[in-house]
Design a protein around this ligand. Structure first.
Ligand SMILES: C[S@@+](CC[C@H](N)C(=O)[O-])C[C@H]1O[C@@H](n2cnc3c(N)ncnc32)[C@H](O)[C@@H]1O
Length: 183
């Protein structure tokens, strides 16, 4: 990870993370990325369609602009410069359904004691984190469901030419951290 003098933290994201470029780079069809997205969506569908997990509140943290995270305020409000997810959404009425299901978009910094300050959320029934952040048990009710999507051993990724650092974790690192949290 010689490219970095500092780990790219939340402040760096605020100034340098280009959502439009991120979607273009990772979610607009190069075969490899398309396969990854299809794999993730299949896994999420398996987890949630079995009917085993029920609840009122699902929080998706570090969601950025990606569609399996149900995000993007502009997209929700159908603003003109919002991202265009139509090519990924089949059948065509899925987009309207997704917009109805998303209840709130809140700014979040997981490093804070209350990540959603000045808002407060009740403990969630389910927390999802995809390609972003870990150690989110403080947001979840005891016995809740934590869904983590990630790439093992990755030390950085690029959005256009902009580099962002990643924690290069192994499966063992993650399992150890989760069992340390009693999960
Ligand atoms: C690689 S992107 C992942 C986006 C999306 N979840 C996905 O699966 O495509 C990393 C995300 O982490 C978010 N992030 C970085 N630092 C954060 C922090 N301290 N608190 C909350 N989110 C943060 C960024 O805003 C960005 O959306």
């Amino acid at each position: 990870m010689s490219e970095f003098t500092n780990f790219t933290e939340g402040e760096y994201y605020e100034g340098h993370f280009d959502s439009q470029a991120y979607v273009k780079n990772f979610y607009s069809c190069p075969a490899e990325e398309k396969n990854f997205l299809a794999f993730v969506l299949r896994c999420l569908s398996r987890i949630f369609s079995a009917g085993e997990h029920k609840g009122k509140l699902l929080v998706d943290v570090g969601n950025g602009p990606s569609i399996h995270s149900l995000e993007i305020e502009k997209w929700l409000k159908s603003q003109k410069d919002g991202l265009d997810w139509k090519p990924m959404l089949h059948p065509s009425d899925l987009e309207a359904t997704l917009k109805q299901q998303a209840k709130k978009v809140l700014k979040c910094d997981v490093r804070l004691d209350n990540p959603f300050y000045p808002h407060t959320l009740e403990p969630a029934d389910c927390v999802i984190t995809s390609l972003s952040l870990h150690g989110l048990s403080k947001l979840m009710r005891p016995g809740g469901l934590l869904v983590m999507i990630g790439v093992l051993g990755e030390s950085f990724y690029k959005v256009d030419e902009q580099l962002f650092s990643c924690l290069g974790l192994s499966r063992d690192n993650i399992e150890e951290a989760l069992s340390g949290l009693g999960l």
